[in-house]
Design a protein around this ligand. Structure first.
Ligand code: PGA
Length: 246
């Protein structure tokens, strides 16, 4: 992994968008996965700006959703799909045929995982995969204890995620399971990016990047991916030892 530290969140977000844009410039039909959640909100802002200003062309890209809450409809403001619609798909008028997203309301959840895995496999692997990190070290909804070798899976959410996840919802919502891309997708993607900002992520970033990799901290898989990028703002990098935080 390669670690880059930026002075603040806006700079970090702009740089992440720029790296994604550079990748797409070399492969215009890239298959791109960018997490929903708070971390990438400004990355979406910059991607939208870059498309509108003519600096980025995403006409031939396909977009894959990272994860979704089981039992939550995409019309719900807290669903992962709804956040992506709001910040990215709708502002750029991206057609449904260009979007592959887990349906949290599907009757057959395993079929949903298979559908997304088959789509990714038909392209070899994801090109870009930008993920955040949960306070418990999860990546997407791959909770502590998840194998590093899984593709998409149905997950029983940790108690912490059920509580922290409430921040996305307008009212108290029962969260129990999720559908998520697997850590193997991250390992196999051509441009894996782990992004984190803010002081509250400093402690888990320190653990994920400095302790020996363990499935108890899913994000620690990033140490085992030589071509992975870790993009941080100063606050999230605040507890890293000097040699890593240079
Ligand atoms: P956040 O979520 O980007 O909203 O902080 C990250 C995560 O839980 O994976």
């Amino acid at each position: 992994m390669k670690i880059k530290i930026y002075p603040d969140y806006p700079t970090l977000s702009r740089e992440a968008a720029s790296r994604i844009g550079q990748y797409i410039a070399t492969k215009p039909n890239a298959v791109v996965c960018i997490a929903s959640g708070n971390t990438p909100v400004q990355v979406f802002h910059w991607l939208v700006e870059n498309v509108r200003s003519g600096h980025l062309n995403i006409d031939r890209c396909t977009f894959v959703g990272l994860d979704e809450w089981v039992g939550i409809d995409k019309s719900n403001a807290g669903s992962c799909r709804n956040m992506m619609d709001r910040d990215f798909f709708h502002p750029l008028d991206i057609k449904e045929s260009k979007i592959k997203f887990f349906d949290g309301m599907a009757g057959n959840l395993q079929q949903e995982c298979d559908r997304i895995d088959q789509f990714i496999a038909s392209h070899g692997a994801l090109d870009v995969m930008l993920v955040g990190i949960g306070l418990n070290g999860h990546i997407a909804m791959n909770e502590p204890g998840t194998s590093f070798d899984h593709y998409s899976q149905i997950i029983d959410l940790s108690e912490e995620t059920k509580v922290v996840g409430q921040k996305y919802f307008p009212k108290q919502t029962n969260l129990s399971r999720g559908l998520t891309l697997g850590l193997r997708h991250l390992r196999e993607s051509k441009l894996p990016i782990l992004m984190a900002n803010g002081q509250k992520k400093a402690s888990i970033i320190q653990k994920a990047l400095t302790l020996p990799p363990t499935t108890e901290i899913p994000a620690s898989i990033i140490q085992k991916i030589p071509h992975a990028m870790v993009l941080l703002d100063k606050e999230a990098a605040g507890l890293l030892p000097r040699p890593l935080a240079k």
